[in-house]
Design a protein around this ligand. Structure first.
Ligand code: ZN
Ligand code: ZN
Length: 364
């Protein structure tokens, strides 16, 4: 699927998301939550600015930000009271928490510095307890709503279109760096805000490093080239990998490629709600191990994708996540041979009740 429209999407269902968050407060014993990361702020309020904090209580939704964002906050977060701070943000946070009557305030220990914790705890004083609540908003973000899926389909279709361009320009003699520049340019031309990570274009032995950054390496005929790319539209990421063999496939390439493809398809066929991330990983890993390349697949089989390009769930040997309908995640096995190069194939899937829908459409 491919869609080039830049039309503004309908508003996100903010009140549904807030309602689901607040519904979880009683079980964990908090009566308010502070939300500080950009991704979580955006998910819960619609505000896409780079600075600010949300306070969510059963009665109030407050976005505290600074004067640069007065207008943007009002437009993007109509379901929130906007409070502009002029002094330190935590001074305003403490005042808003106090006036809201919150007694047990949840915060995310994974994204709060020790300095911020100490500062806030002093400002709140006696009578208001700070309660560590890791990952409350991330848990809500695991299952995508229709609004999110519509955006993700657009940004994933865009990545398919960019890959079609890559296939045309990735010829013997091309420089990795130039191909990467064209990838960035194409994403922006098609309407992406930017790429979701620095594009990977990894030729020959560079491809044996799963996260090689493009340099002046020249693409040579018969060498594998790993291309891993993604864009951002309305705050949501895509992530797709294809491996090419410019100038014509070699027997070696065909051999390795067919193993990786078989591993990828085994995992894709196995995905369904209720499967463990570890079980799906094992499906791909078994195919590669049986072919004798088990030592050359050194990363997990997949990860969730959404506002962050790497988010939960994890699909890996050590993963503890269970797949649920509505999750979007990658399947991306690879084989990396130090003296030859790498092959990785990555698609994005939407988990459904009885299987999965493959969202990426680029040929492989
Ligand atoms: Zn990727
Ligand atoms: Zn990925």
């Amino acid at each position: 699927m491919s869609e080039m429209s830049n039309a503004t999407s309908a508003s996100p269902p903010i009140m549904d998301r807030v309602g689901r968050l607040v519904a979880g407060f009683a079980a964990v014993g908090v009566d308010g939550l502070l939300v500080g990361t950009e991704a979580n702020r955006r998910y819960l309020s619609g505000f896409a600015g780079s600075a600010g904090m949300l306070l969510v209580t059963p009665q109030r939704r407050v976005l505290i930000t600074d004067g640069r964002y007065t207008e943007q906050a009002g437009m993007q977060a109509p379901d929130y009271e906007i409070v502009i701070h002029s002094g330190p943000i935590l001074e305003q946070v403490a005042a808003t928490v106090t006036e809201s009557g919150v007694r047990r305030l949840g915060f995310d220990p994974g994204t709060t510095t020790v300095a911020a914790y100490q500062d806030l705890s002093e400002r709140l004083g006696e009578g208001i307890e700070l309660v560590a609540m890791p990952g409350m908003v991330e848990t809500l973000r695991l299952v995508k709503d229709e609004h999110e899926l519509a955006i993700m389909r657009r940004v994933i279709g865009m990545a398919d279109d960019v890959l079609a361009m890559v296939q045309r320009v990735l010829v013997p003699g091309a420089l990795e760096r130039d191909v990467a520049t064209q990838i960035e340019h194409e994403f922006r031309t098609l309407g992406a805000q930017k790429t979701s990570f620095d594009a990977i274009v990894a030729t020959g032995t560079n491809g044996a490093m799963p996260h090689h950054l493009p340099d002046d390496t020249v693409v040579r005929a018969g060498e594998p080239v790993v291309v891993d790319i993604g864009g951002i539209v309305d705050g949501y990421c895509s992530d797709i990998t294809r491996t090419f063999c410019p100038g014509g496939r070699t027997a070696r390439f065909d051999e390795i490629y067919s193993i990786v493809l078989e591993a990828e398809e085994a995992a894709i066929d196995g995905v369904a709600a209720g499967m463990g991330g570890r079980e799906v990983d094992a499906l791909a890993r078994a195919v590669i191990a049986e072919a004798g390349y088990g030592d050359y697949f050194g990363h997990g089989t997949g990860h969730g994708v959404g506002i962050d390009v790497h988010e939960a769930p994890r699909l890996a040997e050590t993963a503890t996540d269970t797949l649920q309908a509505g999750m979007v995640h990658s399947i991306e096995p690879g084989i990396y041979l130090p003296n030859w190069g790498g092959v990785r194939i990555e698609d994005l899937l939407l988990v459904t009740a009885d299987g999965a829908e493959v969202l990426t459409a680029a040929p492989k």
